[in-house]
Design a protein around this ligand. Structure first.
Ligand code: ATP
Length: 242
């Protein structure tokens, strides 16, 4: 593995019974990059993320997955969290009966540096002021956008070496989508390495350094994100309304 490589996926194939969801894809994420994986509904993006994080149901996974130079295929998601690989799943998964503050503490459960944890909560509250205002509020009573922010802040509390985001804009109002992308850019600017799965191709490519397009289980295009934004094929297929 070359220096600076955080994640390398080679020849990944995933089948759910007879359904081939991912048909042999390669992708990599290097230190400090914001890489986006875009594509239509059902293209296999979420399945790819779940293969990386070891959260697929019983199904056949072929190919190789390397994180920080080590093979991780078959690793349990809990072990990956201990290796600082954090995932914010589609649908968010915050602890609804806990307050915002308690959710953030849960995000730091693999750490035992109390003072630094408190300092980090302050830091992420400054990035997510809406969360700070609602610190004692039950997470289940937050709006969809606020829950997305909380899920991201909670993942960031684990000090991720790699942050995987699955469709953070899904189901949010346009204003909230803008806010979420503002936060993603901010987190990336702090040097945190991110793999972002998104259906909002325009915003994702505008924020990212590099991109991959998935279609029917295959990577059909990849490259510099700004070049992809200007590519007529990408524009025709994925940037329609933007
Ligand atoms: P979306 O944006 O809709 O989440 P996606 O690109 O993330 O799309 P996947 O969720 O990875 O796509 O789905 C890829 C294919 O695998 C789809 O055809 C889907 O129906 C199928 N699939 C996903 N999960 C399962 C499952 N648990 N059992 C059977 N088939 C599945």
């Amino acid at each position: 593995t070359k220096a600076g490589n955080i994640l390398r996926v080679e020849g990944l194939k995933v089948a759910y019974g007879g359904i081939k969801a991912v048909k042999g894809i390669d992708l990599e994420v290097n230190k400090g990059e914001l890489v986006t994986l875009i594509g239509a509904n059902g293209a296999g993006k979420t399945t790819t993320l779940k293969a990386i994080t070891g959260t697929l149901p019983n199904c056949k996974v072929e190919g190789s997955l390397h994180y920080l130079g080590s093979a991780i295929k078959g690793n349990h998601s809990f072990d990956l969290v201990k290796k600082n690989l954090a995932m914010v799943p589609e649908g968010r998964g915050v602890f609804t009966r806990m307050s915002i503050h308690e959710n953030l503490l849960m995000g730091a459960y693999i750490r035992d540096d109390k003072a630094a944890i408190a300092a980090d909560i302050d830091k992420w509250f400054s990035v997510f002021p809406r969360l700070k205002e609602r610190s004692a509020q039950m997470a289940g009573t937050l709006s969809g956008g606020e829950q997305q922010m909380l899920a991201m802040a909670r993942a960031l509390m684990s000090h991720p070496t790699l942050l995987l985001l699955d469709e953070p804009s899904m189901g949010l109002s346009p204003i909230m989508v803008e806010k979420i992308f503002e936060v993603i850019r901010n987190v990336s600017a702090q040097g945190i390495t991110i793999l972002l799965v998104e259906q909002n191709a325009k915003l994702a490519l505008e924020a990212a350094h590099r991109g991959y397009v998935m279609d029917s289980g295959l990577v059909t295009m990849s490259g510099n994100a700004k070049d992809m934004l200007n590519d007529p094929k990408v524009q025709a297929a994925y940037l329609g309304e933007g």
